[in-house]
Design a protein around this ligand. Structure first.
Ligand SMILES: Nc1ncnc2c1ncn2[C@@H]1O[C@H](COP(=O)(O)OP(=O)(O)OP(=O)(O)O)[C@@H](O)[C@H]1O
Ligand code: SF4
Ligand SMILES: [Mg+2]
Length: 322
């Protein structure tokens, strides 16, 4: 763990205990995040990305709960906090999140300013003129006209609303900001602008950012490190540049090959045949084996260990020493 590490997650496991069985949404996830650094989290729908994010905020909804593992945030053990402590000490102050589809949850009857000021009042008892000034400063920071403070959500575009949500998540200067699919509903031009803003803000604010998306090409642009998830596991994690250039895990290789590229002669895009497994009953051995072209017998029986390959962690039998 480096001096600058703000978040240290070890073997984090979160399951949903449903009437159809236990959904193993997140198993043994481990990673670290430093100040001023970003971690991109990628993987197909249902692989556990949002579950991991909710676990960090201690907001996993029943029937889900954190089963084991630890989340150390600047010395605070997040898994041990009571619900009251999580509300008072953790959420929004230390870790904030831009939820998937967040721009749709702005309340139409209140102005932007009224909604932005709420966390300042609740967590820091900052009100009135001072709160207005802080909110406007953050609107400016995400490249918006501070005058939007006085508008109602229906007067704004989707991109503007999403920036307001991002500004609100930054207001309390949290150590970690999690952005879950922050630009999925937006067109590519607006998406690129917001991503550039986030890249700049990460440097300016020196906090840790976690970007979640199934679009790996965006993450390669914006993330220092990359975690690739499959069926509740982190299967590859390390420097985003390294992984993007030379992916080691067969699943990451397929994901990257499936990214459409301009100016490249390709007859057809790669795709990964089959679908991710039901997490109530994931395949034995390696969870990816039914879809993996490189699978061999051991893969169907034994769960792979994590191996360090050229500085990147890969959970795959192909990299066993013997
Ligand atoms: N409240 C819940 N009850 C039961 N199962 C759940 C619940 N929330 C999520 N799951 C299951 O947990 C698994 C992981 O879901 P999660 O939402 O974390 O995936 P995701 O990677 O964020 O997917 P997406 O890209 O579609 O947002 C899925 O199998 C999902 O069906
Ligand atoms: S462990 Fe086996 S099945 Fe899993 S990714 Fe590696 S080669 Fe493929
Ligand atoms: Mg999700």
């Amino acid at each position: 763990m480096s001096e600058n590490t703000i978040l240290d997650v070890k073997d984090l496991t979160t399951h949903y205990f449903t009437s159809k069985g236990v959904v193993r949404a997140l198993d043994d996830a481990s990673f670290q995040l430093n100040g001023g650094q970003s971690l991109g989290v990628a993987g197909e729908s249902g692989c556990g990305k949002s579950t991991m994010a909710f676990s960090l905020l201690r907001m996993v909804q029943p029937p889900g709960r954190i089963v084991s593992g630890s989340i150390n945030l600047n010395g605070m053990e997040v898994t041990k906090l009571s619900e009251k402590e999580a509300r008072q000490k953790l959420r929004w102050q230390k870790v904030s999140m831009v939820f998937q589809g967040a721009m749709d949850i702005m309340t139409p009857v209140y102005t932007v300013g009224y909604q932005m000021k709420e966390p300042l009042r609740y967590h820091k008892d900052i009100k009135g003129q001072k709160a207005d000034e802080i909110c406007m400063r953050y609107l400016d920071m995400v490249d918006l006209d501070p005058e939007l403070f006085y508008r109602y959500p229906h007067e704004l575009s989707g991109g503007q609303k999403q920036r307001i949500i991002i500004a609100t998540a930054l207001l309390l200067e949290p150590d970690v900001v999690i952005l879950d699919e922050p630009t999925t509903a937006l067109d590519v031009v607006v998406e690129a602008r917001i991503m550039n803003d986030l890249k700049r803000l990460k440097k300016e604010l020196d906090n840790g950012m976690i970007f979640i998306t199934h679009d790996l090409s965006i993450l390669a642009e914006i993330s220092d490190n990359l975690a690739v998830m499959y069926a509740g596991w982190i299967v590859e994690i390390g420097s985003a540049t390294k992984i993007y250039k030379d992916p080691k895990h067969p699943y990451t290789q397929k994901l990257i090959a499936a990214i459409p590229r301009l100016h490249k002669d390709i007859d057809r895009l790669e795709y990964i045949p089959g679908a991710p497994p039901e997490l109530t009953n994931p395949p034995k051995g390696c969870r990816f084996h039914p879809r993996c072209e490189q699978a061999f017998e051991k893969c169907t029986k034994v769960e792979p260990d994590e191996h360090e390959v050229e500085g990147v962690m890969v959970k795959c039998h192909l990299y066993e020493e013997d």
